[in-house]
Design a protein around this ligand. Structure first.
Ligand SMILES: CC(C)(COP(=O)(O)OP(=O)(O)OC[C@H]1O[C@@H](n2cnc3c(N)ncnc32)[C@H](O)[C@@H]1OP(=O)(O)O)[C@@H](O)C(=O)NCCC(=O)NCCS
Length: 68
């Protein structure tokens, strides 16, 4: 999901977009039992949305980078 700009925030659009995304994934003859998503630990709005949709934290991962 790309970054939503200020005026559009707080209107439930993030939740609506993620639900629409889930609907696109509805199985068409495919059998799956779950979805995996990931989110920045500091992204509290997205974490709240994920929680509303029933996602449960599996683990916190850390991404590291070495420059140069
Ligand atoms: C994630 C994002 C798209 C959500 O936008 P949005 O739909 O306007 O989100 P909202 O402001 O409606 O917040 C969604 C929920 O999080 C809650 N929330 C928002 N900020 C919060 C905070 N700081 N702490 C706790 N909960 C928070 C809201 O209360 C809302 O829950 P509610 O419906 O029960 O009230 C937007 O915050 C964004 O663009 N973030 C930038 C980072 C990004 O793109 N993240 C996606 C990575 S996959």
């Amino acid at each position: 999901m790309s970054r939503m700009m200020g005026d559009y925030r707080g209107k439930g659009l993030g939740l609506a977009l993620k639900i629409a995304n889930h609907r696109q994934l509805e199985p068409k003859g495919t059998d799956f039992t779950g979805l995996v998503s990931w989110v920045d630990r500091n992204d509290l709005a997205m974490r709240a949305i994920n929680q509303q949709l029933g996602y449960q934290s599996l683990e916190l991962c850390q991404i590291v980078e070495k420059q140069g």
